[in-house]
Design a protein around this ligand. Structure first.
Ligand code: NAP
Length: 332
């Protein structure tokens, strides 16, 4: 085995052009760590935010290699790590560095990939379906027969949330940016998908709910559309914020508005409240994904050398569902 590998590297925060492919030494796992031969990496917005220097909650030092949500096969472990992990197919979601042939992860944060799920689907399904599930049920307290409204309906969280909520007997309305994304999302169980780059979506949502509004909104988009969320909430509705991909966080909402409208606003951050591996939630999600009941929206596959262009396209809102970066591929 050669002692060097291909990796995307960057020496400063900035636009996609700060990333370039380099030949660097293969890292060795320290105590408590495992090394993965990387298979696929999901193009998570966190990678673009990390590249741009917009993530304050995870330490980043240079040279930096993005790549958070990925799958691979463990090929070496550090001191104190069970050697039976070597050879296992795993999901890693806690360390950057996967835009490279090999990545390093904290061994106790790795998840074994269910035998029925392939490595490509594996790098995508867990983050988006868990975020969707927890936003809908734990934060939004969505009940069967209620109606929910999902921003970024053509993104992976929106698509998984639509399928999960529909399976639970809920009506699901989506909002997406542009006709192409609307028609893409329509294939995933939404009763309606409206284009929120056009005026009129507020009236369309009200019209679809006979003027009553929706019970739960999940918004990871923010931006100017967020200002209308309260307006389309039904009495006792819950507005769940999970992020702000479109820009700054929404403006604060007056308590008097909450009282007058009978609504609540909550935030959700998955990591501290995530149901543990092998929990009922975990098993339900794995079973539904593994059997194809819930379709994971992997829409395209690009090579490591093409990540600069992929980051550009993501930031120009040209990616539907989740793109994946193929590193080692299926590793068979
Ligand atoms: N709170 C949590 O625990 C948690 C966990 C995971 C993810 N998140 C957040 O959930 C949100 C959605 O995540 P995701 O993985 O589904 O995201 P994604 O696929 O990268 O993006 C979702 C959608 O955001 C919209 N968008 C608006 N402005 C954009 C911009 N400047 N660049 C790229 N996309 C833009 C696009 O839809 P349109 O063009 O249709 O608007 C895109 O399809 C993000 O804010 C993410 O940070 C939160």
């Amino acid at each position: 085995m050669s002692d060097t590998m291909q990796a995307i590297q960057m020496d400063a925060f900035g636009g996609p052009e700060v990333m370039s492919l380099a030949e660097i030494s293969i890292p060795n796992p320290s105590a408590g760590e495992a090394r993965l031969k990387v298979a696929y990496v999901g193009m998570n917005p966190f990678d673009a935010m990390a590249r741009a220097g917009k993530i304050g909650f995870m330490p980043i030092s240079f040279p930096f290699t993005p790549g958070l949500e990925h799958t691979g096969v463990v090929d070496a472990v550090g001191e104190g790590v069970d050697s039976s992990l070597v050879g296992q197919r795993v999901i890693s979601r806690s360390n950057f560095g996967a835009y490279a042939d090999y990545s390093i992860a904290k061994a106790d944060m790795l998840l074994l990939l269910d035998d029925r799920i392939d490595l490509k689907t594996g790098c995508v399904y867990r983050g988006c379906s868990f975020t969707a599930w927890h936003a809908l049920y734990k934060a939004g307290r969505l009940q069967p027969s209620e109606t929910c409204l999902l921003h970024s309906a053509a993104g992976p969280i929106g698509i998984m949330a639509a399928q999960i909520a529909k399976a639970n007997g809920c009506r699901v309305i989506g909002l997406a940016g542009g006709a192409d994304k609307v028609s893409f999302a329509e294939g995933f169980g939404f009763e309606h998908v409206f284009d929120y780059t056009q005026d009129g979506w507020v009236d369309q949502v009200k019209g679809a709910t006979d003027g009553r509004g929706v019970d739960v909104i999940v918004d990871g988009n923010g931006g100017p559309n967020a200002a209308h969320n309260i307006d389309v909430l039904a009495p006792l509705g819950r507005l769940v914020y999970i992020g702000a991909t479109a820009g700054d966080m929404p403006d604060p909402i007056d308590v008097s508005t909450l009282i007058f409208k009978n609504v609540s606003v909550v935030g959700m951050n998955l990591a501290p409240i995530e149901d543990v591996p092998n929990s009922e939630t975990d098993q339900a999600i794995i079973d539904n994904v593994a059997t194809g009941v819930w379709r994971v929206p992997v829409t395209e596959e690009v090579a490591l050398a093409d990540v600069v262009n992929l980051h550009r396209r993501l930031e120009n809102r040209q990616v539907r569902g989740r793109a994946v970066i193929r590193v080692g591929g299926d590793l068979s």
